[in-house]
Ligand binder design. Structure first.
Ligand code: NAD
Length: 298
């Protein structure tokens, strides 16, 4: 039976690892947080006392960590994954991190004799719990095929995006579309309000017209038209404004490094920066931009 190590058992990693346990894999988990480890043990996982214990003697090692520096540390520390995993272990990093770090860590893994994939996800905590995440995967085709059966236990859509780093590239390009389109939809509903046009009327028209997009039809930021949207539960996340800001900053970092022209991506990053810096809205769903444009800061 395939054995799996899982490092980073937080809001996303916890339920993802639990789904692997549910699928019948033997999963050994590690997290610096004792609470995260205890929740994982309750779900039937084996607790590792150290990072090395989770990385040694497994067929596949998965990481789900906050950001690039954590990934670098976990893989490249002297007692990290590259030093302690046995040869032949397939390494899969599911964290959302900058493309540059993803490629750098992949190169170090290759040099140490490991196959590695970057496999960030979309779908949020709900998708992680339900096992319906989308995985965007960068790395060699053979490694992707090896990973696929395991990723399918945590997700519904698994896409090979090309060589190392391309999973991260796909993730930040997608989320740049999302951030920019959410602001556009919020601005339109804000303007409609000022002009005396009902939110429901604008929704009925735009959802069937050229303004149609995911931010409008699935996540409408004006309360009312889409009952399941966070706007109908006072913008409880969902996907927080802080997380959107993180991804928009990663997109800008990649745009600068590659010389891409992304003026609206830059504006979106600046506007979400102002929203998050303004007070109490950073932990709310990113569609809270609607409230921010109306002048609220908490
Ligand atoms: P989280 O903070 O809840 O979980 C991260 C976990 O990593 C924490 O439990 C933390 O203790 C652990 N950790 C940190 N450093 C560690 C180390 N050195 N060794 C072991 N464990 C360590 O974050 P999350 O919401 O689970 O997000 C994880 C990643 O997924 C992020 O990169 C995020 O951008 C991405 N993501 C999150 C969502 C979401 O909706 N939450 C959606 C898509 C992608």
């Amino acid at each position: 039976m395939t054995t799996i190590g899982f490092i980073g058992l937080g809001n996303m990693g916890g339920p993802m690892a639990a789904n692997l346990v549910k699928a019948g894999y033997e999963v050994t988990g590690y997290d610096v947080s004792g609470r995260a480890l205890a929740v994982f043990a309750e779900a039937g996982g084996r607790q590792a006392a150290t990072l090395a214990q989770a990385a040694e003697n497994v067929d596949i090692l998965i990481t789900m960590l906050p950001a690039g520096p954590h990934v670098k540390l976990v893989y490249q520390d002297e007692n990290g994954v590259l030093a302690r995993a046995r040869k032949g272990t397939l390494l899969i990093d599911c964290s959302t991190i900058d493309v540059e770090t993803a490629r750098e860590v992949n190169k170090a893994a290759s040099a140490a004799g490991f196959a590695m994939l970057d496999a960030p996800v979309s779908g949020g905590v709900g998708g992680a719990s339900a096992g319906t995440l989308t995985f965007m995967v960068g790395g060699e085709a053979a490694a992707f095929e090896r990973a696929r059966p395991v990723l399918e236990k945590m997700g519904k859509t698994i896409v090979h995006a090309g060589p190392a780093g391309n999973g991260q590239a796909a993730k930040i390009c997608n989320n740049m579309i999302l951030g920019v389109s959410m602001i556009a939809v919020c601005e339109a509903f804000h303007l409609a309000e000022k002009l005396g046009l009902e939110a429901q009327t604008l929704f009925d028209i735009s959802s069937k017209s050229s303004g149609q997009c995911w931010s409008l039809t699935n996540y409408c930021p004006a309360p009312g038209p889409v009952p399941a949207a966070p706007s109908n539960r006072d913008y409880k996340p969902g996907f927080t404004a802080e997380m959107m800001l993180k991804d928009l900053k990663l997109a800008q970092q990649a745009a600068h490094a590659s010389g891409a022209t992304t003026p609206l991506g830059a504006e979106a990053a600046a506007l979400y920066g102002l929203l998050v810096g303004s007070g109490g809205l950073g932990g709310a769903d990113f569609s809270v931009m609607m409230k921010y444009l109306r002048g609220a800061t908490d």
